[in-house]
Design a binder for this molecule. Structure first.
Ligand SMILES: [Zn+2]
Length: 361
């Protein structure tokens, strides 16, 4: 398939490459039998839609004052003992590495102090480290001085304040831009990585185009729309249109006459008819309706919804309660949008259903 998207190599593909290489050198027959398919995901930057992330995922670098001290590397164990026994827990700093090596400027470039005497017989200079003691908010300068004097018997370390990254990075973008301030650890949450195949991206793009053409016609008649002017629900596994509805935009309209609510109601009605025709089924039991998508007690499990405009809070909650899989919309709703503009309902950590939201670019 020729694609307009660029790709990133998936972990599955790395694994497949490794297995393939191993099998090629040791067991050629095994390679053919167990060869895994190469799964590639589209580079998110090349997609015509972008995810609506939480404020935590998009925030820039924020700093917090932290007590640090420069020490000899050979005294690092003693320094750690001091921190652990004398300073209150600094759990908020666990994303930062405890030590950073101090570099010396030699011959116009930065060079580790450990390497200065690498090619001479002179005594090596000791490695110097800057070590984190704790948050300024946890201990005052006077208290810290007292504890140092008590622990070391004398003022062996001279603490000072450094502004360091306040939060742990949640994605590679934050990690790459924050780590220059201070060394930090980072393990990307697999759920945060956008995994969209080329085939999926093409299907989504086609649905967005269809939505865009339909929306243009509707907008001529409905300029006061405060929610999605049109909506349709799709089964992404089969690329099958499940239901579609338009926003009724009159002064006398029913307050529930939003396209999203109407769409979900249509799905519910189909499910009700299906259950009646089958003579009913037990709640919670996995079942399959006439369109071929699985329902697990919730109406829209695994389905995608396409909206001309970011939905209002009522519709966003309805999508949440129906367990929608993904939401795509064309434009933001700055007046009352609940999935990106006024609120980011889908990013609340307390919700027991997670779904991804995307906006067309
Ligand atoms: Zn609405």
């Amino acid at each position: 398939m020729e694609s307009k998207f660029t790709f990133v190599k998936s972990s599955e593909q790395h694994l497949s490459d490794l297995n393939s290489n191993e099998n090629t050198s040791h067991s050629p027959k095994k390679t053919q039998k167990f060869k895994k398919p190469h799964l590639s995901f589209v580079d998110p930057a090349s997609l015509p839609f972008k995810p609506i992330l939480s404020d935590e995922e998009t925030r820039g670098l924020e700093l917090v004052d932290v007590w640090v001290a420069d020490i000899d590397a050979r005294a690092s164990s003693q320094f750690l003992s001091f921190c652990k026994s004398q300073i209150s827990s600094s759990e908020n700093l666990l994303h930062l590495k405890r030590f950073r090596q101090i570099s010396n400027e030699v011959s116009g470039r930065l060079e580790s102090a450990a390497n200065i005497d690498k090619n001479t017989n002179e005594e090596k200079q000791p490695i110097r480290l800057t070590g984190i003691i704790g948050l300024k908010s946890v201990i005052s300068a006077e208290e810290l001085k007292e504890k140092i004097t008590s622990f070391y018997s004398e003022d062996l370390i001279a603490p000072y304040l450094l502004p360091l990254p306040k939060y742990s990075p949640l994605n590679r973008t934050q990690f790459d831009s924050w780590r220059h301030v201070w060394p930090m650890g980072f393990k990307e949450d697999a759920d945060r990585i956008l995994k969209i195949s080329a085939e999926d991206a093409l299907i989504i793009s086609a649905h967005l185009e269809r939505l865009r053409s339909k929306d243009t016609a509707l907008m001529l008649d409905h300029m006061d729309i405060q929610c999605a002017s049109t909506a349709f629900i799709v089964n992404p596994q089969k690329n099958l249109l499940i239901d579609e509805a338009d926003y009724v935009c009159h002064l006398t309209r029913h307050p529930l006459d939003h396209s999203v609510i109407k769409c979900i109601a249509k799905v519910a009605e189909k499910e009700r008819q299906r259950k009646n025709s089958e003579g009913g089924s037990q709640a919670g039991e996995k079942r399959k309706n006439e369109e071929g998508f699985h329902l697990e007690s919730y109406l829209c499990s695994g389905l995608d919804v396409y909206l001309a405009t970011e939905p209002c809070a009522m519709c966003a909650m309805a999508l949440l309660h129906s367990r929608i899989g993904r939401v795509f919309y064309l434009r933001h709703n700055t007046l009352c949008g609940a999935l990106g503009s006024r609120y980011k309902l889908h990013t609340h950590s307390s919700l027991n259903h997670k779904f991804k939201v995307f906006c067309s670019v």
